[in-house]
Design a protein around this ligand. Structure first.
Ligand code: UN1
Length: 513
């Protein structure tokens, strides 16, 4: 591991052999059980983390609630200044943090750096936004009255994030929540707890340097039971959760039962439609990066290629040829394209999917398999695979978090491809490859893609932070990151002010005393 500078990176990020996994700013609590973080890269134990007990959680909640009282009164642009400093710290630590992401999660170092870049980008976005938390002014129907709306912070925002973007998704939520005047409690995935600790250390340092209350940024660690502390807790007005559809349904129902708000970013089953007018070279880059990037573990990963029959063989040959060039191995070695899956459970699910697609009548055109031998000791490295399949196959309808791509054929009009693309329960990301304006516009029209993200001549993954990120249907309907996604972190208030000596009622109602 030290060959790739991991030890140095851990030191820079303040990761120790055993870490307290619960903290409010720099105050750390430790009374839970211990979890071990093993790298999928080489199977080595990186460090241990103490999880959060209920008593620890209550302590954290108290500091967060206290911190909110002063943080909410700080002018939003001054909160933006803190986010600016946080972004600067991320710039400084981009390499070590990118490396830790790569080593603990298994994505390529390039993608680890890209993830930290998303954090930096959202900070910059949030700094500008801190002067633009706009509400409308409306015209009152009554004389001498003024009506407008304003946005106030919600309070303590709970963040539950997944292993696949172990740092960026937290930053999308936190940077916006902070400028909105909220404080955050974050439960990272129990598969990537060290990424959480590294981020928390960075945030704590910035808060401390500015003499700000500890509880503005809090961290808790553990499995779903620790997440549940927040979902059932009335003191958490908003729970933002990223993960599986199964998890999202539980979170949504639990939070809704107490009429809290939830922001959900759940599974995707993203497709690229390849029409007869597609640029094949661009299609290959978009599809291959989309399917094998992050070893197929992005929620935006390309899972289905819906190809017109007239160019089917041409596309098939080009994509298969590209797959033959893929280098699989240590993601910190920049000559490799594909790193490991997160753990051996994920490998088992990958194997099950390959078996299932064959059982359902699919045809493997790029064989999968688990790699063994030197460099693959962790048992987490798998071969990206492609199967020819039918849209209705159960496995094709299901999101497998692994590099398995399904080729589906369509004939006739682009409408037929859109129907296949929309014919799944998920609705996150979608794309069309075409130089035909009519096809592109049909894809984007009211009867086109039903997803939260719809791209033309771009793959399904790799969204920029400036747009609202999220999806429809069982993807959960939430929107994070850019555009006006900030509004979910605030409560809206309509204010009507009467500056006359009369009290006229609205709707012309007369009520004389
Ligand atoms: C995720 O997989 O949870 O669009 C987030 C993308 C990245 C974010 C993915 N910007 O692929």
């Amino acid at each position: 591991a030290s060959v790739f500078g991991i030890d140095e990176a851990l030191k820079k990020l303040g990761i120790e052999a055993i870490n307290d996994g619960t903290s409010s700013g720099s105050i750390k609590f430790a009374s839970g059980t211990t979890i071990s973080s093993h790298s999928p890269v080489d199977g080595a134990l990186i460090a241990k983390v103490k999880t959060t007990s209920k008593a620890d959680y209550d302590k954290v909640m108290n500091t967060a609630t206290q911190a909110f009282k002063s943080w909410r009164s700080k002018p939003a642009p001054q909160r933006g200044e803190i986010v600016r400093q946080f972004g600067d710290k991320l710039r400084e630590l981009k390499k070590p943090l990118g490396k830790l992401v790569s080593y603990e999660m298994g994505k390529s170092y390039q993608e680890g750096l890209g993830e930290v870049q998303e954090m930096i980008d959202i900070c910059d976005f949030a700094v500008g936004l801190s002067r633009q938390l706009h509400g409308f002014t409306m015209h009152s129907e009554r004389p001498g009255h003024r009506m407008y709306e304003q946005y106030h912070p919600l309070g303590v925002v709970g963040i539950i994030s997944a292993f696949n973007f172990p740092v960026a998704v937290w930053a999308w939520n936190t940077a916006l929540a902070w400028i909105c005047g909220d404080v955050c409690i974050w439960k990272p995935s129990e598969k990537t707890p060290l990424c959480g600790i590294a981020c928390q250390n960075i945030a704590a340092e910035v808060l401390k340097a500015n003499n700000l209350p500890e509880g503005i940024s809090c961290l808790i660690n553990g499995d779903y039971k620790v997440g549940e502390f927040m979902t059932i807790d009335k003191r958490v007005p908003l729970v933002s959760a990223t993960g599986s559809i199964r998890m999202g349904k539980i979170v949504a129902q639990t939070v809704a039962a107490r009429l809290g708000k939830s922001l959900l970013e759940l599974g995707g089953n993203n497709a690229i439609i390849v029409t007869p007018d597609a640029d094949i070279k661009m299609t290959v880059i978009g599809a291959v990066f989309g399917a094998v990037g992050t070893a197929g573990q992005r929620c935006t990963s390309t899972r289905r290629l819906i190809i017109h029959e007239s160019i089917y063989n041409k596309v098939k040959n080009a994509v298969v040829k590209a797959y033959q060039q893929l280098r699989i191995g240590n993601p910190l070695d920049e000559s490799n394209h594909v790193g490991p899956l997160i753990d051996t459970d994920a490998v088992a699910m990958y194997k099950k999917a390959l078996q299932k697609v064959v059982d359902e009548g699919g045809n493997m055109i790029v064989e999968g398999g688990v790699l063994e031998g030197h460099g693959y000791e962790s048992g987490c490295y798998v071969k990206p695979a492609i199967a020819e399949a039918q849209p209705h196959f159960e496995i094709v309808q299901h999101e497998t978090f692994a590099p398995v791509l399904y080729f589906l054929k369509y004939s006739g009009d682009v409408e037929n491809a859109i129907e296949i693309q929309n014919g799944v329960v998920q609705g996150l990301s979608s794309a069309i490859m075409t130089n035909n304006l009519r096809e592109a516009e049909r894809f984007l029209s009211v009867s086109g893609s039903d997803c939260g993200i719809a791209n033309v001549n771009i793959g399904t993954s790799g969204a920029e932070i400036g747009g609202a990120f999220g999806g429809e249907k069982e993807t959960g309907g939430g929107r994070e990151s850019g555009s006006d996604a900030w509004k979910v972190y605030m409560r809206r208030q309509t204010n009507t002010i009467n500056y006359t000596t009369e009290l006229p009622l609205a709707q012309g109602i007369k009520f004389d005393l």
